[in-house]
Design a protein around this ligand. Structure first.
Ligand SMILES: [Zn+2]
Length: 386
């Protein structure tokens, strides 16, 4: 989310001195005239509090500042201090008054931007556009914002190249990232005031982490993150709310479908990512992949079948409550979920190798050795796209 360049948006909260917050003042109406000496301290009634919360959430999402919300509440007869409204406003929307200043939420800005351009194309002048936006969204845009948007000087897309999932383009790289995150990778929102959306993976294989990083860089149109060695594993992570929306767990297959089934290349890339992450090859040439999400494995099976690769499973691998020893932490854990696996049937292993394969050299070589021993491979090995 960093580096976002936002256009100015006029908001009525500008210039309010905020001062230090005193939690003791919470829920106590404050006399704005300063003549409150000897006043009776009143707590908000539950109804008033509910109303405050409802109005706050609704209006803040529309882009209003807390002063306006406070005035609105006073008009409605809710006796609440400005400071109380400010306190809850900060609590729910810390980014509004903090880092990002008085900007409207990004999605809303994009909607407004598209609307402004549409109106401009219809031949409306800046003032008319401003009035129309006010009518449609009850938001007053600063004239300079409208001018800059129309002239193409600023856009709300700014530093964020891919603001929502709708703007992601299907590609083998994206399919690969989806495969990895569906497997062992992670998509989490960190806790705290400014929760961040982190997509990442921790793997032992350097090439794998480099490939993952490269794909991330390409789909997000940024320079790829550098893998960092942490406790013997290469860690790659990027911050992207868009990818988080797509890849948060449990994985929603309907959401990723458009990208994973876009074309045969995308399908193969997705499977490659998934098998790089969760797959394994034994010395006897057995190729399998393990995961605790049975539904996901069924989906992987469907895709493999579409490539005419026959698999068996999902079979139950490890039962829940089985103790596992974690080498890194030197601790024994109990497995929380059942683990299932898919097994590629022996006659289809070569086909898997030709169509999907692994980016991890160790796994790929083990597979090649198996085929060589059986005389199934010629001198030249096929090249893999991605
Ligand atoms: Zn494709």
């Amino acid at each position: 989310m960093s580096g976002e360049s936002c256009p100015r948006v006029a908001e009525p909260v500008a210039g309010q001195g905020t001062g230090g917050l005193n939690p003791g003042l919470l829920n106590e109406p404050e006399d704005q005239t300063g003549k409150g000496l000897g006043r009776v301290r009143q707590r908000m009634t539950p109804e008033e509090k509910k109303k405050l919360m409802d109005v706050l959430k609704r209006e803040a999402l529309r882009g209003l500042g807390y002063v306006r919300i406070w005035r609105m509440l006073r008009k409605d007869g809710v006796n609440v201090s400005r400071r109380t409204v400010e306190y809850w406003y900060r609590k729910f929307f810390p980014e509004r008054l903090g880092r990002r200043g008085k900007y409207l939420p990004r999605e809303l800005r994009i909607t407004l931007y598209e609307e402004v351009l549409r109106l401009r194309r219809q031949g409306l002048g800046y003032k008319k556009i401003r009035r129309r936006i006010k009518e449609l969204y009850d938001i007053t845009l600063a004239p300079a914002v409208i001018v800059d948007w129309c002239r193409g000087i600023h856009t709300p897309y700014g530093g964020i190249r891919i603001p929502t999932v709708d703007y992601l383009k299907p590609s083998p790289e994206l399919a690969y990232v989806i495969g990895v995150v569906c497997g062992d990778g992670s998509a989490v929102k960190t806790r705290g005031r400014s929760g961040e959306y982190v997509i990442g993976s921790q793997v032992k294989d350097r090439e794998f982490s480099e490939r993952f990083a490269e794909c991330l860089g390409r789909i997000l149109n940024r320079s790829p993150p550098t893998p960092i060695l942490v406790r013997g594993k290469f860690q790659v992570c990027v911050r992207s709310r868009t990818l988080y929306q797509l890849l948060r767990k449990p994985i929603d297959i309907n959401r990723i479908k458009n990208f994973t089934e876009h074309c045969e290349d995308c399908m193969r890339s997705f499977l490659k990512g998934f098998f790089d992450s969760e797959g394994s090859v034994s010395k006897e040439g057995e190729i399998r992949c393990d995961n605790s999400d049975k539904q996901l494995l069924n989906y992987v099976k469907t895709l493999l079948n579409r490539l005419c690769i026959d698999v068996t499973g999902p079979h139950l691998g490890v039962k829940k409550d089985t103790p596992i020893f974690n080498k890194d932490m030197q601790r024994i854990y109990m497995r929380k979920k059942e683990v299932y696996y898919l097994n590629i049937r022996a006659p289809y292993r070569l086909k898997y190798y030709e169509l999907v394969g692994f980016s991890i050299r160790k796994k790929q070589q083990r597979m090649e050795n198996y085929f060589r021993r059986r005389g199934l491979l010629g001198g030249r090995l096929p090249d893999h796209p991605l």
